[in-house]
Structure formats: C-alpha cells, structure tokens
Design a protein around this ligand. Sequence first.
Ligand SMILES: C[S@@+](CC[C@H](N)C(=O)[O-])C[C@H]1O[C@@H](n2cnc3c(N)ncnc32)[C@H](O)[C@@H]1O
Length: 190
Amino acid sequence: MRIGYADPPYIGCAHLYKDHPDYAGEVDHAALIDRLESEYDGWVLHAAATPRSMAVLAPLVEKAGARWCTWVKGFAAFKRNVPVAYAWEPVIIKAARKPMVSKRLIMRDWIQESITLKRGLTGAKPEAVVHWALELVGARPDDDVDDMFPGTGAVERAWQTWRGKFALPDGPLFRTTPRPAMLEATHAEP
Ligand SMILES: C[S@@+](CC[C@H](N)C(=O)[O-])C[C@H]1O[C@@H](n2cnc3c(N)ncnc32)[C@H](O)[C@@H]1O
C-alpha cells in the first residue's frame, strides 16, 4: 500500500521556511488533502492547534473520514509574549488498513514526546512520533511511505528504523520457536 506522510508548513506558518529552497508560499491544505485522498491508501498529516488551522482542517478531515490524534510535547518551545505555550499538535491520520495491536507501543490516539532540539529546522519530527503515527496508519514494512515534505529527512529515517523492528506474526522476523543457534547458545555448557 502507499502511505502519504505530510508534514507541511502549518497553516499561517509558511513564512518560517521562506529561506528554504522548496518554499512555495502557503500550502493549500484542501488541495493537499485531495491529493492524499486520491494518491494514497492511507495518510498522516501534521498540523497546528491554532483556531484557524483547526477551523480550516475540520471540514476536510470530516469529509475524508480521518481521525484527529494528538502529539503532546512534554518539553516544548516557550516563546516570549506567548504566556501559555503551544504544547500539543493535532496529527490527522487516515489508516491504510486496520492497525494491529502490537507490543511495540501502547495503541492510543495520543503520544507524549518532547520536541527535537538542534536539528536546525523548525518542526523537525522526533523519531518516536513518526513511529507512533506509522502504527496508527496501519503501515507494514513492505508499504511505500512517501515523505512529502522532507525537511531534515527525519520521517524517512524514522520509517527505515521502524521497518527494522516490525515483525509480522507470520513473517520471517517473528519466530515462536527458537532457532538451533539460539538453542545452542542457551544450553551451552559454561
Ligand atoms: C515542517 S517542515 C518538515 C519537517 C520534516 N518532516 C522533518 O522532520 O524534518 C516543512 C518543510 O516544507 C518545506 N516547504 C515550505 N513551503 C513549502 C511549500 N509551499 N510547498 C512544499 N514544501 C514547502 C519547508 O522548507 C520544510 O522543509
């Protein structure tokens, strides 16, 4: 399956990236969600918790049948003149298939994870947040994940590390019986 992972400049925040080579002004989020719907089997969209962002996105999310999930930032950026920090963000997810309950993490519609520091880019995503989103979107290691707004490349890197730890119950990475080499190691004489 094809999964679109969209981490665009948030609504009203494109100016933060105006010095970047891929800057193209404000992103048209209606067109972006249309694209996610038409080109992908499932998708993830990061967004801001500002009133305008949520007002613009709410009807689009309802129409798409996607789900509002939340990234709660344990440690967030505190800004001068903003007395109550913006310390959570919506993550909108339309699952490609029914997600599997696994032991990799607790399957709930929010995650608490501090922001990443020293990545040199506003909005770079922590690996744990991307791993969580991949679980909720129902990804599998043989899917195609398209990091549509790559920035530092953190989403693509997290996709690769997540694939490495994914084990299907009937797949080659999952074994209920130990391999002979493991038995030898376990039962070896001291
Ligand atoms: C939130 S950042 C992506 C962060 C990335 N996921 C990471 O973890 O490093 C958004 C990216 O979109 C780029 N961008 C800015 N304006 C854009 C536009 N109009 N269309 C496409 N990309 C844009 C920015 O330069 C930035 O690299």
